[in-house]
Design a protein around this ligand. Structure first.
Ligand code: COA
Length: 167
Protein backbone atom coordinates (compact mmCIF):
# COMPACT_ATOMS: atom_id res chain seq x y z
CA UNK A 1 0.00 0.00 0.00
CA UNK A 2 1.20 3.51 -0.80
CA UNK A 3 0.82 6.25 1.76
CA UNK A 4 1.39 9.96 1.23
CA UNK A 5 2.78 11.77 4.26
CA UNK A 6 4.87 14.75 5.37
CA UNK A 7 8.59 14.70 4.58
CA UNK A 8 10.75 13.86 7.59
CA UNK A 9 14.41 14.84 7.91
CA UNK A 10 15.46 11.18 7.89
CA UNK A 11 14.01 10.93 4.32
CA UNK A 12 16.33 13.63 2.95
CA UNK A 13 19.02 11.41 1.37
CA UNK A 14 16.48 9.10 -0.26
CA UNK A 15 14.35 12.02 -1.55
CA UNK A 16 17.45 13.69 -3.01
CA UNK A 17 18.32 10.42 -4.78
CA UNK A 18 14.79 10.13 -6.26
CA UNK A 19 14.74 13.73 -7.52
CA UNK A 20 18.14 13.35 -9.18
CA UNK A 21 17.19 10.04 -10.85
CA UNK A 22 13.75 11.32 -11.96
CA UNK A 23 15.03 14.63 -13.37
CA UNK A 24 18.09 13.10 -15.05
CA UNK A 25 15.58 10.85 -16.82
CA UNK A 26 14.54 13.78 -19.02
CA UNK A 27 17.38 16.31 -18.56
CA UNK A 28 20.41 13.97 -18.59
CA UNK A 29 23.71 15.63 -17.63
CA UNK A 30 22.13 19.09 -17.93
CA UNK A 31 20.65 18.47 -14.49
CA UNK A 32 24.13 18.17 -12.89
CA UNK A 33 24.35 21.93 -12.40
CA UNK A 34 21.10 21.90 -10.39
CA UNK A 35 21.84 18.89 -8.19
CA UNK A 36 23.02 21.07 -5.30
CA UNK A 37 19.50 22.64 -5.06
CA UNK A 38 18.24 19.18 -4.12
CA UNK A 39 20.93 18.10 -1.66
CA UNK A 40 19.64 16.49 1.56
CA UNK A 41 20.60 19.67 3.49
CA UNK A 42 18.61 21.94 1.14
CA UNK A 43 15.60 19.62 1.23
CA UNK A 44 15.55 19.72 5.03
CA UNK A 45 15.62 23.55 4.91
CA UNK A 46 12.72 23.80 2.46
CA UNK A 47 10.54 20.89 3.66
CA UNK A 48 8.16 23.15 5.56
CA UNK A 49 8.49 26.92 5.27
CA UNK A 50 6.11 29.75 6.04
CA UNK A 51 6.23 33.52 5.82
CA UNK A 52 3.75 36.36 5.40
CA UNK A 53 3.31 35.66 1.69
CA UNK A 54 3.39 31.89 1.25
CA UNK A 55 3.65 28.45 2.79
CA UNK A 56 5.51 25.55 1.17
CA UNK A 57 5.60 21.86 1.99
CA UNK A 58 7.23 18.67 0.78
CA UNK A 59 5.24 15.42 0.91
CA UNK A 60 6.55 11.94 0.16
CA UNK A 61 5.00 8.71 -1.10
CA UNK A 62 5.99 5.61 0.85
CA UNK A 63 5.51 2.01 -0.20
CA UNK A 64 6.25 -0.78 2.30
CA UNK A 65 8.55 1.50 4.31
CA UNK A 66 10.48 2.84 1.29
CA UNK A 67 10.11 6.38 -0.04
CA UNK A 68 9.23 6.16 -3.75
CA UNK A 69 8.08 9.68 -4.67
CA UNK A 70 8.11 13.32 -3.67
CA UNK A 71 6.14 16.49 -4.33
CA UNK A 72 6.74 20.09 -3.27
CA UNK A 73 3.85 22.56 -3.26
CA UNK A 74 3.34 26.19 -2.34
CA UNK A 75 0.25 28.21 -1.36
CA UNK A 76 0.20 31.99 -1.69
CA UNK A 77 -1.57 34.48 0.58
CA UNK A 78 -3.07 35.96 -2.62
CA UNK A 79 -4.59 32.61 -3.65
CA UNK A 80 -1.97 31.84 -6.29
CA UNK A 81 -0.25 28.54 -5.59
CA UNK A 82 2.66 26.70 -7.18
CA UNK A 83 3.25 23.06 -8.05
CA UNK A 84 7.00 23.31 -7.43
CA UNK A 85 8.09 19.83 -8.51
CA UNK A 86 7.21 16.16 -8.49
CA UNK A 87 9.41 13.10 -8.91
CA UNK A 88 8.75 9.38 -8.73
CA UNK A 89 11.47 6.73 -8.50
CA UNK A 90 11.96 5.67 -12.16
CA UNK A 91 11.48 2.03 -11.09
CA UNK A 92 8.02 2.88 -9.71
CA UNK A 93 6.64 5.20 -12.39
CA UNK A 94 3.25 4.59 -14.09
CA UNK A 95 1.91 2.87 -10.93
CA UNK A 96 -0.32 5.80 -9.97
CA UNK A 97 2.09 7.34 -7.42
CA UNK A 98 2.31 10.67 -9.26
CA UNK A 99 -1.49 10.91 -9.18
CA UNK A 100 -1.58 10.18 -5.42
CA UNK A 101 0.97 12.98 -4.90
CA UNK A 102 -1.20 15.31 -7.01
CA UNK A 103 -4.22 14.42 -4.82
CA UNK A 104 -2.24 15.42 -1.72
CA UNK A 105 -1.27 18.67 -3.43
CA UNK A 106 -4.95 19.36 -4.17
CA UNK A 107 -5.83 18.82 -0.48
CA UNK A 108 -3.03 21.20 0.54
CA UNK A 109 -4.23 23.92 -1.87
CA UNK A 110 -7.85 23.46 -0.74
CA UNK A 111 -6.80 23.83 2.93
CA UNK A 112 -5.13 27.10 1.95
CA UNK A 113 -8.03 28.24 -0.20
CA UNK A 114 -6.02 28.59 -3.40
CA UNK A 115 -7.67 29.95 -6.54
CA UNK A 116 -5.10 29.13 -9.22
CA UNK A 117 -1.96 26.99 -9.50
CA UNK A 118 0.96 27.47 -11.84
CA UNK A 119 3.88 25.28 -12.85
CA UNK A 120 6.05 24.60 -15.86
CA UNK A 121 7.22 21.53 -17.73
CA UNK A 122 10.08 20.96 -20.16
CA UNK A 123 8.67 20.94 -23.68
CA UNK A 124 10.26 17.56 -24.51
CA UNK A 125 9.11 15.85 -21.27
CA UNK A 126 6.14 14.01 -22.79
CA UNK A 127 5.35 11.86 -19.70
CA UNK A 128 5.09 14.93 -17.47
CA UNK A 129 3.07 16.88 -20.07
CA UNK A 130 0.55 14.00 -20.17
CA UNK A 131 0.56 13.90 -16.36
CA UNK A 132 -0.25 17.62 -16.06
CA UNK A 133 -2.91 17.56 -18.78
CA UNK A 134 -4.55 14.59 -17.04
CA UNK A 135 -4.67 16.68 -13.88
CA UNK A 136 -6.37 19.67 -15.54
CA UNK A 137 -3.39 21.93 -16.11
CA UNK A 138 -3.62 23.94 -19.33
CA UNK A 139 -0.76 25.51 -21.34
CA UNK A 140 -0.59 29.28 -20.85
CA UNK A 141 2.79 30.22 -22.25
CA UNK A 142 6.11 29.16 -23.66
CA UNK A 143 9.65 30.12 -22.58
CA UNK A 144 12.58 29.31 -24.86
CA UNK A 145 15.97 28.22 -23.44
CA UNK A 146 14.54 28.85 -19.98
CA UNK A 147 16.43 26.97 -17.24
CA UNK A 148 18.95 25.52 -19.69
CA UNK A 149 20.05 26.39 -23.22
CA UNK A 150 18.31 24.02 -25.61
CA UNK A 151 15.46 23.20 -23.19
CA UNK A 152 12.20 25.14 -23.59
CA UNK A 153 9.53 25.30 -20.87
CA UNK A 154 5.74 25.25 -21.24
CA UNK A 155 3.99 27.38 -18.63
CA UNK A 156 0.91 25.63 -17.24
CA UNK A 157 -2.00 26.88 -15.16
CA UNK A 158 -4.93 25.28 -13.37
CA UNK A 159 -7.92 27.01 -11.81
CA UNK A 160 -9.35 25.55 -8.60
CA UNK A 161 -12.87 25.94 -7.29
CA UNK A 162 -11.89 27.86 -4.14
CA UNK A 163 -12.88 31.49 -3.85
CA UNK A 164 -10.21 33.65 -2.34
CA UNK A 165 -10.46 37.16 -0.98
CA UNK A 166 -7.26 39.08 -1.56
CA UNK A 167 -5.75 40.02 1.79
C1 COA B 1 5.62 12.82 -14.25
C2 COA B 1 5.65 11.74 -13.15
C3 COA B 1 5.72 12.42 -11.78
C4 COA B 1 4.36 10.90 -13.24
O1 COA B 1 4.34 10.01 -12.16
P1 COA B 1 3.73 8.53 -12.30
O2 COA B 1 3.66 7.93 -10.94
O3 COA B 1 4.49 7.80 -13.34
O4 COA B 1 2.27 8.91 -12.86
P2 COA B 1 0.91 8.06 -12.73
O5 COA B 1 1.23 6.61 -12.82
O6 COA B 1 0.17 8.55 -11.55
O7 COA B 1 0.19 8.48 -14.08
C5 COA B 1 -0.62 9.64 -14.13
C6 COA B 1 -0.79 10.09 -15.56
O8 COA B 1 0.48 10.58 -16.06
C7 COA B 1 0.58 10.31 -17.47
N1 COA B 1 1.74 9.43 -17.68
C8 COA B 1 2.53 8.90 -16.72
N2 COA B 1 3.50 8.15 -17.30
C9 COA B 1 3.32 8.24 -18.63
C10 COA B 1 4.01 7.70 -19.76
N3 COA B 1 5.08 6.90 -19.61
N4 COA B 1 3.55 8.00 -21.00
C11 COA B 1 2.47 8.79 -21.17
N5 COA B 1 1.76 9.33 -20.11
C12 COA B 1 2.20 9.04 -18.88
C13 COA B 1 -0.72 9.62 -17.87
O9 COA B 1 -1.65 10.63 -18.24
C14 COA B 1 -1.16 8.99 -16.56
O10 COA B 1 -2.53 8.76 -16.49
P3 COA B 1 -3.13 7.32 -16.97
O11 COA B 1 -2.44 6.31 -16.11
O12 COA B 1 -4.59 7.44 -16.70
O13 COA B 1 -2.76 7.19 -18.41
C15 COA B 1 6.86 10.76 -13.34
O14 COA B 1 6.87 10.29 -14.67
C16 COA B 1 8.21 11.39 -13.04
O15 COA B 1 8.70 11.38 -11.89
N6 COA B 1 8.88 11.93 -14.07
C17 COA B 1 10.21 12.52 -13.91
C18 COA B 1 10.18 13.81 -13.15
C19 COA B 1 9.30 14.83 -13.85
O16 COA B 1 9.22 14.86 -15.08
N7 COA B 1 8.66 15.70 -13.07
C20 COA B 1 7.77 16.70 -13.62
C21 COA B 1 8.48 17.97 -13.85
S1 COA B 1 8.54 18.88 -12.29
Amino acid sequence: MIIIRDFQNENAARVSEIIIAAFKGFLGDKFDEMVSYFSPEELIKEACTKNKFNVSKIFVAEESGTVVGVVKVTAGANGLGIFDYVGVDPKCQTHGIGSLLMKKAEEFWAEHNQRKISTCVSAHNKKAIMYYLKHDFIPEGYCRDHFFEGVDEIILGRFLKNKVSII
